[in-house]
Design a protein around this ligand. Structure first.
Ligand SMILES: [Zn+2]
Length: 313
């Protein structure tokens, strides 16, 4: 190779290195010494990222578009979990693959263990299917714990305790960040309480039985069907809805994601409006758990606005 060619080759390498969107070699190198924290859902990854910042490596390996509650990792990913320094579990029966994998008990932390008395048993044996995950039922314990912000705070504190055990030298820093996180969750809690007051006891429908903690935490009068936002409900599902409406005359259906326009307009023709409240179990394409929850709350506030204040002249 001529000297000129070598120079050109070197230039190409430099350009390639600078335009890479993947983490740089330095970052990978820097990450090597950090404790690795694996989580089973995105809210726990978010809490760990907020509290620990750059001082641990948080890994949430569930592919986007998949519900982490019913996901099953492949052997390679299970091996990654086995090698993690800490595995943050949601508890409440979430991610039942955990029961079948051999993970070191000493590295597992159930973030809802201290909240055991607050967990909601479900008596719902209806099995239904979700995309590639296949059939599942909602029997056992309701698991979308973080939709009650008080429980979310409890889980964030359990994440904090586990991270401090991992990096005791960072405790002061972690505590400061936990306080910030608690402030954000507390802000959501306050707004949810205010809007729930306006909703009162008017009947609400939920598209899927994953809102139990929101319903209980904020005193809502909600009942669930088993619908998917990306599917047109079948005859059985409509029948289930009609039966429900007999005793529960709802004007709103709350969805996990934007429903198909056809499903929404069919509901609208029955006097039922649709709104989206994303549980955010998986990492959103944009934003964070906080921004998604802020959007959820704003959607509720818009659907149930404060009565116009009386203006006196
Ligand atoms: Zn389901």
């Amino acid at each position: 190779m001529s000297v000129n060619l070598l120079k050109m080759f070197a230039c190409v390498l430099v350009v390639a290195a600078c335009t890479q969107s993947e983490p740089s070699a330095e970052n990978i190198e820097a990450g090597k010494g950090l404790p690795r924290v694996y989580t089973v859902n995105y809210p726990l990854a978010y809490f760990a990222e907020r509290i620990a910042g750059e001082s641990v490596e948080v890994v949430f390996p569930v592919p986007s578009g998949v519900d982490p509650a019913t996901w099953s990792p492949d052997a390679e990913t299970i091996a990654d979990y086995q090698q993690a320094d800490l595995v943050l579990l949601n508890g409440a029966g979430y991610a039942d693959w955990i029961q079948r994998a051999t993970l070191s008990q000493s590295r597992l932390v159930d973030t809802s263990a201290a909240l055991a008395d607050s967990l909601i048993p479900v008596d719902d044996s209806v099995t239904h299917s979700h995309g590639p995950g296949g059939d599942h039922s909602h029997q056992g314990t309701a698991f979308t714990t973080w939709l009650d912000m008080e429980l979310a705070v409890g889980q964030a504190r359990a994440v904090f305790d586990a991270l401090v055990r991992l990096r005791p030298e960072n405790e002061t820093d972690f505590r400061e960040r936990l306080t910030e996180l608690e402030k954000d969750l507390g802000g959501l809690d306050t707004r949810l309480k205010v809007v729930a007051e306006r909703v009162g006891d008017q009947p609400l429908l939920f598209s899927h039985p994953v809102y139990q903690y929101l319903v209980r935490g904020y005193g809502l009068n909600g009942r669930s069907v088993h619908w998917e936002p990306d599917e047109i409900p079948g005859d059985d599902q409509w029948r289930e809805l009609f039966e429900l409406l007999g005793a529960h005359n709802a004007g709103w259906m709350i969805w996990e994601d934007e429903p198909l326009p056809e499903a929404a307009s069919l509901l609208e023709s029955m006097g039922i409006e649709s709104l989206v409240f994303r549980p955010c179990g998986n990492r959103p394409a944009e934003g964070s758990l906080l921004s998604v929850m802020l959007e959820n709350v704003a959607t509720l506030e818009q659907a149930f606005p404060a009565p116009a204040s009386v203006v006196s002249y």
